[in-house]
Write a protein that binds this ligand. Structure first.
Ligand code: GTP
Ligand code: MG
Length: 273
């Protein structure tokens, strides 16, 4: 006979996590953190010297989370100071300024710096990354649009949020989702749950869309040499059409990329005998 034992109350351990901020100088990393933790915005630029450290407590679902935030200086000068803080991190906020293309293009080199510091045994797969497209209040100067940023982030399995530390837009949602994903990761034994990694499109599709956007002319867009034959143009076109056809590809920006490829092919074929 089964003993009628009193049910043990579910006590869930409070969690302690470490997150870091990364991204070029002046993109707004410190302001994003300040907006979330202190609910205020400082318009004057005060460069972070090396690293800033803070602890904050947050409630995620039924859990109390103690978050250790390491806010990194973006300036290359501080590399020697920040490089030792990459290890044992569960979450990374990767920030760029939507009005500064270089800060968006630099995201890859930030990932490379982290990878290098973690060494050959470091594992970036089981870290939650959130990409913050910051300063969306500066609409006049915006030069990296949402689909481009989202594509870069989601093709890598990263979260993506549009934020403004100035107005506060997107900040709370970003941190709640970010911390929630870290809690899921911890509950999953430190492994990123597979569901958060499937975005419905491949990295090849995302990289191709990005390449098409940045191509300098129609030859470049189709990936053929200037002076290529009709056959070569058609072959390159078919390959891209299969990859990007809107019926098959759900990556952000695929429809525009597909249209651009169709137009590039038409323009080139007009001039090839
Ligand atoms: P480093 O510490 O040097 O790496 O820079 P950071 O990325 O921490 O930048 P910081 O948060 O200090 O902000 C840089 C400048 O951008 C400051 O003048 C901020 O007031 C301004 N700034 C930050 N976020 C926003 C934003 O969302 N909108 C606008 N308009 N300005 C912002
Ligand atoms: Mg800073």
């Amino acid at each position: 006979m089964e003993a009628n034992l009193p049910k043990r109350k579910e006590t869930r351990k409070s969690l302690r996590i470490k997150v870091i901020s990364m991204g070029n100088a002046e993109v707004g990393k410190s302001c994003i953190i300040k907006r979330y933790c202190e609910k205020r915005f400082v318009p004057k630029y005060l460069a972070t010297i090396g690293i800033d450290y803070g602890v904050t407590k947050v409630q995620i679902r039924d859990r109390e989370i103690k978050v250790n935030i390491f806010d990194m200086a973006g300036h290359p000068f501080f590399y020697e100071v920040r490089n030792e803080f990459y290890k044992d991190t569960q979450g990374v906020a990767l920030v760029y300024d939507v009005g500064q293309k270089e800060s968006f293009d630099a995201l890859d080199s930030w990932l490379a710096e982290m990878k290098q510091e973690l060494g050959p045994h470091g594992n970036m797969e089981n870290i939650v990354f959130v990409v913050c497209a910051n300063k969306i209040d500066c609409t006049k100067h915006r030069c990296v649009d949402e689909s481009e940023g989202r594509l870069w982030a989601e093709s890598r399995g990263f979260l993506y949020f549009e934020t403004s530390a100035q107005t506060g837009e997107g900040i709370n949602e970003m941190f709640q989702t970010f911390y929630s994903a870290i809690v899921d990761l911890c509950d999953n034994g430190g492994k990123r749950p597979t569901s958060s990694m499937s975005v419905g499109f491949t990295k090849e599709q995302a990289d191709t869309i990005r390449r098409i956007r940045n191509s300098k002319d129609s030859w470049d867009m189709l990936g053929v040499k200037p002076g290529a034959t009709r056959d070569e143009v058609n072959k390159a076109y078919r390959k891209l059409a299969v990859l990007l056809h809107p019926d098959k590809c759900v990556a952000p920006g695929s429809e525009d990329a597909f249209k651009a490829v169709v137009n590039a092919r038409t323009a080139l074929l007009k001039n090839i005998k």
